[in-house]
Design a protein around this ligand. Structure first.
Ligand SMILES: [Zn+2]
Ligand SMILES: [Zn+2]
Length: 346
């Protein structure tokens, strides 16, 4: 099997280990630490996503034909392998088809399970890819035997990953009405007093919860036949809690990835955007002055390479800049870090 056990287990390279951040940093949860001193520009490790936990954004997926598992562009002349149930999903190789099938696709195939097609359509209408990745994670549980005791969530293979319920981390979108053409626009957010804002926030959070619980109900029906041991995770009122925490997990642990869609080299290359969850890389905390960075190659979209930016002492925490290279202002950076990752502004 391609990724065992389930791929969520964090198998670190011998240069680093995942452990709890101590002292004043303990609120950060786990982090990745150097187990020996490292030199500048050292390749610490490379890794592939947790099996099945990589996808392109809905809009970008439509911009070309990609392997549904490793997201590589399927060129006109390349040989492809199709889903045996003929749903139209194509893969670059038998290995990718088998890996996707093992992780989730034999239950989450729109031909085998038409309700899955409807679920994806709803996720697309919500503009929310997290619903798909969370569903794949839940589907993959049929490959796992739960740990011996504890409540169901603590027995999942992703227990140990940060997973705040996502309605707690979601911020109500504030639409930017601040463009020059209508300078006197009537409803600027700052015109609302704090009580209005708080009440809009509550309304937004409850709308997110309602949507999550509807999706959870649908997902429970989709996965009903696939397994028994884990079914209580998606039963009754617990279901929206489980899906909500998984959505939170995807939100705080996923990394941006890119796949090449066209062009051959240099500035001509067109890119499709996506996201993936990596077992070890996703344990790394953010630091604006990070000592490591993540490199990737759009012609090999799912693999990531973690390298040092400078020399690192043994025992030092290894961090990356979550927003490296992103075209945000300082203010936007603070906002995203605080609201997506729960990192207080400094
Ligand atoms: Zn592939
Ligand atoms: Zn299929």
């Amino acid at each position: 099997m391609p990724c065992l056990p389930c791929g969520w287990r964090r198998q670190c390279p011998d240069t680093a280990e995942v452990r709890a951040c101590g002292g004043l940093a303990s609120s950060k949860g786990n982090g990745l630490f150097a187990t020996r001193s490292l030199v500048e520009d050292e390749l610490l490790f490379e890794e592939d996503p947790v099996c099945g936990m990589a996808m392109l954004m809905f809009d970008d997926a439509a911009s070309g034909r990609f392997c549904q598992h490793c997201l590589v562009l399927l060129r006109e002349d390349s040989e492809t392998v199709s889903c045996l149930q003929e749903c139209g999903a194509s893969y670059c190789s038998h290995a990718c088809r088998d890996a996707a099938k093992w992780a989730y696709h034999d239950v989450l195939c729109p031909v085998a399970n038409p309700r899955w097609g409807e679920y994806v359509e709803r996720a697309r209408e919500c503009g929310n890819e997290y619903y798909v990745l969370a569903a794949r994670a839940l589907a993959s549980l049929r490959n796992c035997t739960p740990a011996d005791d504890g409540e169901m969530w603590t027995r999942t293979p992703w227990f140990g990953y940060a997973a705040p319920p996502w309605w707690q981390t979601m911020k109500r979108p504030i639409y930017d009405t601040d463009d020059e053409s209508d300078g006197d626009s009537a409803s600027q957010p700052q015109d609302l007093d704090s009580e209005d804002n708080a009440s809009l926030d509550r309304f937004f959070q409850s709308a997110v919860r309602t949507q999550t619980s509807e999706m959870a109900e649908e997902l429970a029906a989709i996965l009903a036949n696939s397994d028994s041991v884990w079914s209580s995770l998606l039963a009754g009122p617990q279901a929206s809690e489980a899906l909500g925490r998984l959505m939170g997990l995807v939100r705080v642990n996923s990394m941006a990835i890119q796949s090449q869609t066209g062009g051959d080299s240099g500035d001509d290359v067109e890119l499709a955007k996506g996201m993936a969850i990596y077992p070890v890389t996703s344990a790394m905390n953010h630091d604006a002055e990070s000592n490591c960075y993540v490199a990737s190659n759009p012609s090999e979209p799912q693999r990531c390479y973690v390298r040092t930016r400078r020399a690192v002492a043994a025992g030092e925490e290894l961090c990356i800049d979550y927003l490296s290279g992103a075209p945000y202002s300082d203010e936007q950076r603070c906002d995203i870090l605080q609201h997506q990752y729960g990192i207080p502004s400094t």
